[in-house]
Design a protein. Sequence first.
Lengths: 275, 294, 448
Amino acid sequence: MAARNFAASWLKYAALTVCLLLFIVPFVFLLLNSFKENNAITSNPMSLPDRFNFHNYTYAVGKMGYMSAFWNTLIITVASVLLISLFAAMTAHYFVRNQTKVNQYTFLIMVASMIIPFQAIMIPLVKIYGSLGMLNNKASLVYMYLGFGSSLAVFIYHGFVKSIPAELEEAAMIDGCTRTQTFFRIVLPVLTPTTATIAILNVLWIWNDFLLPSLVLVNPEQRTLPLSTYNFYGTYTVDYGPLMAGLVLTVLPIIVVYLFAQKYIIQGVMQGSIK
Amino acid sequence: MIAEKGVWNRLRTRLLFTGPTLFAFLTVMIVPFVYGIYLTFTNWDGIATSHTLVGFQNYGEVFRDRDFWQSFALTLKYVLFSVVLINAIAFALAYALTKGMRGQSLFRAGFFVPNLVGGIVLGFIWQFIFSKVLVYFGTKADIPLLSYSWLTDPDKAFWSLVIVTVWQYAGYMMVIFVAGLMNVPNDILEAASIDGARGWMRMRKMTLPLMVPSFIVTIFLSLQRCFMVYDVNLSLTNGGPFKSTEFVSMHVYEKAFLSRDYGVGQAEAFVLFLLVAAVTLLQVYFSKKLEVEA
Amino acid sequence: MNKIKGLQVLILSLLVVMVVTACGGNGGGKDTNASDSGNGAGNASASGKAVKITLLNSKGEIQTQLEDAAKAFHEDNPNITLEIQAVPTGGSPFERASALYASGNPPTMIMLDTGDVEKFKDRILDLSGEKWMADTVANATDLTTFDGKNYAFPLAIEGYGFIYNKAVVDKAAGGSFDPSTITTTSALENLFKQIEASGKKALVISPMDWSLGAHYLPLAYAGQSKDPAEVNKFLDSLKAGTADLANNKVFNGLMDTFDVMMRYNLDQKSPLSGAYERGPEVLGKGEVGIWFMGNWAWPQISGFDTANGQYGFLPVPISNNPDDYGNQEISAAVSKRIVIDKEKSTPEQQEAAKKFLNWIVYEAKGQDFLVNKASIIPAFKNITLPAADPLGKSIQAYMAKGKTEPSMSTLPADHWSKVGASMQKYLAQKSDRATLAKEIEDYWKSVK
């Protein structure tokens, strides 16, 4: 019995490892090729770099205006994700606890809106906000992310808020907490794992988003990382070496944060189970 | 139901809790969307300084546009295969990775990696893999199936898209499943296993019903993302070979911005929205019912 | 429990701080923008004559060169700052420009494809009165002239045809290869045979839809007649559905040549698998002797060059009669135009933009940028600098001899994509010539 279990667990490890390799292979390609010259990339994308040549990286950093793009992306992402998580959690909570017809329909409309293709509102969006003179600054972009991102966040929170027993909150309110206090003291902490998930999903979306910032941020000094990475695309061809390096540089902060957030999710869940 | 005393208090709470979200949502999504619908009744080309109302003419063209319906049918097929595969694989991964095995957070992080890079680049890297790496491998190992690029054959290019999509989203959905599985209280499962419920039985009677909320989210998300797929379609096959893998978003986009038929493109986007809304709302409706029953 | 509370407070306060600082930063950013871009009216009068103008560049491969040119221009005109914006990949200049117009933030100058200029005509400046109008090469502004007014600055001439690697064809011809001997389909096939006999592959066909749909097939339209009016008449008959492509001599001749190309194609086994990048590599390394492409490919070819920089163009023959139109001519035309916005740009900005265009044409630094740095073939007679690369030189030689055929640069915007797909199908042998002719005819009938 023990031997069988041992074998089964090894088999599982092996299967998962193979799967994992399949999942990260393209990433390895990205990293390897970021050290190679353009020609070497196109003639043999699989070869190892002759030596670790950081030329692409230094070139990319200069060309992209990396530091300023990094700060822009960071400010936009952090502000948007915080706003989305906070407001969406509040709205979802309100919808679950006040299941009136109006709220139910509003929720349905929000869910349905996720199916709107971005291309369908792209031109009207810039037309409207352009005529209001609200384009070309980060605050508008953050505001738009709140508008675009809140439906999904409300939708995900909605499912999880329902799993929290309402009695918990009722008890707190009887003890004299206001609705707002109850939300921040009881509900939000319990939702931590969900918040972590939503934060991760939104960070990835906003950090890597291209189309929306390309429409809203016109001035180069406001560019985000994906916008500056796309400098390496030409009409007929692409500067692959610097592009790959630029992408690695774009993604690197995310990986670090992700590895950290992975721990945070587990922490959050452990906190949740204490309750 | 929780409610405050007094109209004023109730209103204040409502505004505080839903005000910011709903206001942003309304002004960023709904208003432009409605304005977009208005534009479908005009002959605006996306740039001209003036336009005139043309009534339902653009919608008439949508129904006559055979390519639109063809690409819609193709998209349906793609959505079907992708959604099933994404959810099956994502759930299996999440299930295997919430058992407390050593290194599981490392594994989770790994499976999530595809989501770290934007769609255009993913497509580019996979293009390398399909047209270079696999061909190289296939020729050396003498596997006829792999000895020429999959992307040059309409059927195989379609499956390449499905593979890349599954690869791209499985990790994402896995994260949502993991969050859901962690909410399944361990003591229930332990109690069940002491009672003699094992393996498949435990999965079917205990875990799956508790996972319905997660499934609603993941199926909805994968449906929505697959229907709207554009990035990967563009960078992996670009609709080719010869337009055989042009999904509906791409068709709409090209109609509006390449054929300069902005009104028709916008009208097609709206028709697409209605169709997809019908499909996904049905899904949400039925799974909510399932959830109530479970 | 206490510990958790502490953490919570920490996170919350962090949250507040971040929101506040982020918003503060944004507010500040907004203010500076309002004062320094603001499309500059107040700005210009307030701080002397400082003008800021922008150019939307849709020729991605010269982005760096343009940025350097902007710096050089600023040195010559310290009161004018020029900023270069890029069209993102996957997006067309038309889409980007219309989005920017919709947003109320149009750039001062936009680089457009020839066929798109007309759409913008209500929003852009009439340039008929500019000095450079007198110095353009023949017919350079015909296609951007509406009601007698020219709206666009011709930036670059681009040409395409068969690019040959001289080292390979010399070896195949057993001596010095004379490009003027290739004027018929059979002479071309003969050359292919010679190249194969010398142990190399004859050519590579790059299967991109834009190459087949926007460059190769339009030779069938352009080759109909020397007279542009006749060519237009032919396009009109296609639109009306009265043209009979299947029995058209030029179309059939062009496709006969294509059949020959397909027989000698390096990628014959999997004709659709090659990407653009493969072309310059196999040609530059001398694995093939010939590649169908244009002079814009030089930077990529030079990266693999093994022929000591010796390359040139051959025409694409459409018959076996050397004197037929198109058999000695290279397809070339002005491909990129710069227009100036008049809607949101102040008179100062418009003047500054005009100054930049003049700077390109008449100042030594501007000419140096155009010809030597950006490897562009200029559309101006007064610029006498020789082309900087062998492909540009070759095109210029054909132009000097009057042996050019105007490329079709005002085809409907989706032509390359739709017809390119039909051509790919033909290349993959998934359709025959009759089907191809029918698909092209059907496409034209759907054009409004």
